[in-house]
Design a binder for this molecule. Structure first.
Ligand code: FAD
Length: 140
């Protein structure tokens, strides 16, 4: 059974490129073995990550992510079963969340993932991916 899980969290320390790179490296290393794909949005002190894969594999990864001290206030926003994959099972795209992003400003001026509905947060992630904000990892 395939699921998509979306959560938000706050960075425990400044989101330097080193921290982001180490998270993406772990994703690149571990996710393909579990056929997990998705997208990691980061910026503005937040992480917004969509994980997609078999339900038990996604749950195991989410349990690890919950324990990670690089972030806090992890909150599950949305969980849904899906018929088919939207993201390749071996890729974790990443997207930078910028306060001055015209697309976010125009379409979601008040966007706060902690108070938004899960459906709205999913829509934003969809839009970010569709609008070319998505950056593929090298080799992905
Ligand atoms: P180990 O590497 O054995 O680490 C042991 C503990 O230290 C764990 O609690 C781990 O979370 C923590 N830790 C590991 N590296 C660091 C570090 N550099 N600084 C501080 N603490 C650290 N992992 C994935 O495999 N796939 C993902 O898609 C993924 N997405 C993530 C998204 C976010 C926002 C964050 C914060 C982390 C993400 N991680 C992801 C990393 C994940 O939390 C684990 O660190 C990683 O999966 C390795 O797990 P492990 O049990 O082998 O831990």
């Amino acid at each position: 059974m395939l699921i998509q899980l979306l959560y938000v969290s706050r960075a425990a320390a400044p989101q330097t490129s080193t921290v982001t790179a180490s998270i993406l490296l772990a994703s690149q290393e571990n996710n393909p073995k579990q056929a997990i794909g998705g997208v990691l949005c980061h910026g503005q002190g937040l992480y917004l990550q969509l994980l997609e894969g078999e339900r038990s594999a996604v749950n195991r990864l989410f349990a690890r992510i919950l324990l990670d001290t690089r972030h806090k206030d992890v909150e599950l926003l949305h969980l849904q079963e899906v018929e088919r994959r939207r993201f390749a099972a071996w890729s974790m795209a990443h997207v930078e969340l910028r306060a001055d992003d015209p697309m976010i400003l125009m379409q979601h001026p008040e966007f706060d993932p902690y108070s938004a509905t899960g459906a709205l947060a999913m829509k934003l992630v969809d839009e970010l991916c569709a609008s070319g904000h998505r950056i593929q990892l090298p080799g992905a």
